[in-house]
Design a protein around this ligand. Structure first.
Ligand SMILES: [Zn+2]
Length: 191
């Protein structure tokens, strides 16, 4: 049974839908590619400013392509800068924290938009079967090296069309365990 995967590290970012892109960047605006990521996802040249009751964070990268919903994924420490309490959630969840997003052409006051990403591993259903894992199952992940660490509550997420599985963590989680991009980690059963 397979039990290792590689790791991708995410910084704070925002996903936009058509409506939000129109307001922030102008009617019919098309995002431009700065850097391709796992297809079809790309880091766009465009950035926004996040504004909470306490402070702002500028230069927040937009990830393309456009989606059906707008979602801001921040780091836990960003909560303290912005003055919000974004919950830890898997992408696409409801009941997120309120936040204002500002672009060059406009601003949007969202009631529910900001979250801290729940760490997770993307598999196709076929790949998950090779690991003996089910959709939405929680596992542990062991990181080796100078700051070795076992992460609990890592969710198995099903995504079609990937060549191989990949774990997603944010910058804070990566730094806590001295993870470098594409490091290999070990998947363990959740206790
Ligand atoms: Zn992911």
């Amino acid at each position: 049974m397979k039990n290792t995967t590689h790791v991708i590290i995410s910084n704070r970012h925002i996903h936009l839908n058509r409506e939000a892109c129109d307001i922030l960047f102008g009617k019919g605006y098309e995002l431009t590619v700065k850097r391709p990521m796992a297809p079809p996802i790309f880091a766009a040249n465009e950035t926004v400013t996040l504004k909470g009751p306490k402070g702002e964070i500028s230069g927040v990268r937009v990830l393309g392509p456009l989606r059906s919903y707008t979602q801001v994924e921040i780091l836990r420490a960003d909560n303290f800068v912005l003055g919000i309490e974004a919950p830890v959630r898997i992408s696409g969840s409801k009941d997120l924290a309120p936040l204002t997003v500002i672009g060059p052409c406009g601003r949007i006051d969202f009631d529910s938009v900001a979250m801290v990403a729940l760490r997770h591993i993307h598999f196709t259903p076929e790949q998950a079967a090779e690991y003996g894992l089910q959709k939405d199952q929680m596992v542990q992940v062991k990181v080796s090296g100078e700051r070795q660490l076992i992460f609990g509550d890592v969710q198995v997420v099903f995504t079609d069309g990937m060549e191989e599985p990949m774990m997603h963590v944010d910058v804070e989680e990566a730094n806590a365990a001295s993870i470098h991009p594409m490091d290999i980690v070990e998947i363990l059963p959740q206790e």
